[in-house]
Design a protein around this ligand. Structure first.
Ligand code: HEC
Ligand code: CU
Length: 432
C-alpha cells in the first residue's frame, strides 16, 4: 500500500494526474486493500454486494480450477494412455446451463435491490447542487442562499508547485523531495481543500450533480456515491451519513490538465453544528456587503456610496446617513489593502497553478504576469481577459465582481507591476 501511495503522490507531484487512483488509501473505512465499508447504509450494501460477488467468483474459481487440476493429474497420459471417447452428455449439458443461470440470479437479485435503493432520491431533507469546474467544485445549498467554491488547499498547491518543476518520473526527484511531499499539507497532500462541504449526519441529502465545462465525476468512496457531472445535464444521487467525520474523495473522470487536483472533502457533523455552519455562511455574506470601517471610495469608482449599502445591517455610526433614499445598488468600493489581501487568496486558489506564486508563469505557454502588457495596460482588457479567458486560459466569470476586482488589483500591483486599483463596479460594467 505504501508503495502504491508513494507512487501516486510521486506521479501527482510530477504533474501526472494519478492521484484519483489512490483514493482508497484516503478513505476513512478502507484498510487500503479492499473497498471501504463506508459510513452509509448504501455503502454497507455496496460493500456486502462486492464481497458476495467476490466470494462467488472465488468459489467458482476454486471449483473450476479444482476440476481442471484433478483431471490433469488423474487423467494424465502416463496413467490413462487410451482416452475415453464419448460425445454428448445430456445430464452435463443441463447442469452447465442451469448452474450459471442460478448463479446469475443469485448475483442479480441483490444487485438490482441495491441499485433501486440508490436511485430513490425522494423525501430528502436537504438538497446540495454540486457543479464541476476545471478544476474545482462548487457547492450550493439549494434554497438556503449559501454557495461557495472548493479548491485544492493552498498548502497542497504550494507543495505541488515544487514537484511540478522537479524532474518527476525521469529520476532526479530525490527521496527527500518525496518525504517533503508526503508530509505536505498535514499529511493530506492533494486531498485537502480550502472550503470543505459540510453535511449533517442522519439526514437524507440529495445531490444534484452537473458541470460547467467538461465531464467530471463526484466521488466519495465512503458514501458509495460516484456520479458523472455532465454539462447540460443534472444527475441525482443521495446519501445519508451515519457517522460524523471527515470524508475525502476526488474527481473520478479525466477532465483535463488538473484532474488530479480537484479533491473533495466532506465534514459530516451533527445537525446543530451544521445549522451553525449555514448561519456562519449566511452571516459572512451579509458582512461582505457592509462597508468596513476602513473602506474608502476609490478614485476609480466615483459612483460608489458606501454609507447607503445594505441599510438593514448598518452599524450605528452609519445609521443617520443611511436614511437617504438608496440609489440603484452600487457595488461598494474597497480599499486597496482589502483588495490586495483578498486578491492574494483569489490568486492562490485560481491563478497560481498556471502563473506561479512569483508571477513568472511557465513560459512559453503560460505567460508571466510580472511586466505583462495586460496587467500593466488598460483595466478593461485585463478584466475582459479574466472574465472570458483566452486560449489555454479558462474563463473566470464564475468569480464574483469583488473577487475579480481583487485579483486584478493584486496582479497589477505585485511583482514590480505599475500598480493600479480596480473596483467591483468596473467588473460588473463589463459583464453582459
Ligand atoms: C489553466 C492555466 C491558467 C490559469 C488557471 C489562469 N491563467 Fe491567465 N493565462 C493563461 C494563459 C495560457 C495565458 C495566455 C493567453 C494568450 O494570450 O494566449 C494567460 C494570460 C493571462 C493574462 C495576460 C498576460 C499577458 O500579458 O498576456 C492575465 C492578466 C491573466 N492570464 C490573468 C489570470 C488571472 C487573474 C487568473 C486567475 C483568476 C488566471 N490568469 C488564471 C493561463 C492561465
Ligand atoms: Cu474533474
Amino acid at each position: 500500500m505504501m508503495t502504491r501511495r508513494r507512487l501516486a503522490r510521486f506521479a501527482a507531484g510530477s504533474g501526472v494526474p494519478l492521484a484519483s487512483h489512490d483514493a482508497w488509501a484516503y478513505t476513512a473505512t478502507s484498510n487500503g486493500w479492499n473497498m471501504p465499508t463506508g459510513v452509509t447504509q448504501i455503502a454497507h450494501s455496496v460493500h456486502s454486494l462486492h464481497m458476495w460477488v467476490f466470494l462467488t467468483c472465488v468459489a467458482i474459481g476454486v471449483v473450476v480450477f479444482g476440476v481442471m487440476l484433478y483431471s490433469i493429474i488423474n487423467h494424465r497420459r502416463s496413467k490413462h494412455p487410451n482416452p475415453a471417447n464419448f460425445h454428448e452428455n445430456v445430464k452435463v449439458e443441463i447442469a452447465w446451463t442451469i448452474a450459471p443461470f442460478v448463479i446469475l440470479i443469485c448475483l442479480a437479485v441483490p444487485a438490482a435491490g441495491t441499485l433501486i435503493k440508490m436511485e430513490d432520491t425522494r423525501n430528502s431533507d436537504l438538497t446540495v447542487k454540486v457543479t464541476g469546474y476545471q478544476w474545482k467544485w462548487q457547492y450550493e445549498y439549494v434554497g438556503q442562499g449559501v454557495s461557495f467554491f472548493s479548491t485544492l488547499s493552498h498548502a497542497s498547491n504550494a507543495a505541488r508547485q515544487l514537484g511540478a518543476h522537479g524532474e518527476g518520473l525521469s529520476g532526479s526527484f530525490s527521496s527527500a523531495d518525496l518525504k517533503q511531499l508526503e508530509q505536505a499539507d498535514g499529511g493530506h497532500y492533494l486531498v485537502n481543500v480550502d472550503n470543505p462541504l459540510y453535511l449533517p449526519v442522519g439526514k437524507k441529502i440529495r445531490f444534484l450533480i452537473t458541470s460547467n465545462d467538461v465531464i467530471h465525476a463526484w466521488w466519495v468512496p465512503d458514501f458509495a456515491v460516484k456520479k458523472d457531472a455532465i454539462p447540460g445535464y443534472i444527475n441525482e444521487v443521495w446519501t445519508k451519513i451515519d457517522e460524523p467525520g471527515v470524508y475525502r474523495g476526488v474527481c473520478a473522470e479525466l477532465c483535463g490538465r488538473d484532474h488530479g487536483f480537484m479533491p473533495i472533502v466532506v465534514h459530516a457533523v451533527p445537525e446543530d453544528e451544521f445549522e451553525a455552519f449555514l448561519k456562519r455562511q449566511k452571516d459572512g455574506d451579509l458582512e461582505a456587503q457592509v462597508p468596513s470601517a476602513e473602506t474608502v471610495v476609490g478614485g476609480a469608482a466615483p459612483k460608489a456610496e458606501p454609507a447607503v449599502a445594505t441599510t438593514e445591517v448598518a452599524a450605528a455610526d452609519t445609521a443617520d446617513s443611511a436614511a437617504a433614499a438608496p440609489p440603484p445598488p452600487a457595488k461598494k468600493a474597497l480599499s486597496e489593502a482589502d483588495l490586495l489581501a483578498k486578491g492574494k487568496t483569489v490568486y492562490e486558489a485560481n491563478c497560481q497553478a498556471c502563473h506561479q506564486a512569483n508571477g513568472q508563469g511557465m513560459p512559453p505557454n503560460f505567460p508571466a504576469l510580472a511586466g505583462s502588457t495586460v496587467a500593466n495596460g488598460p483595466p478593461e482588457a485585463h478584466i475582459e481577459q479574466i472574465l472570458k479567458g483566452k486560449k489555454l486560459m479558462p474563463p473566470f466569470a464564475q468569480l464574483s465582481d469583488e473577487e475579480i476586482a481583487a485579483v486584478a488589483t493584486f496582479e497589477r500591483t505585485s511583482w514590480g507591476n505599475k500598480g493600479s486599483v480596480i473596483q467591483p463596479d468596473q467588473v460588473s460594467a463589463l459583464r453582459q
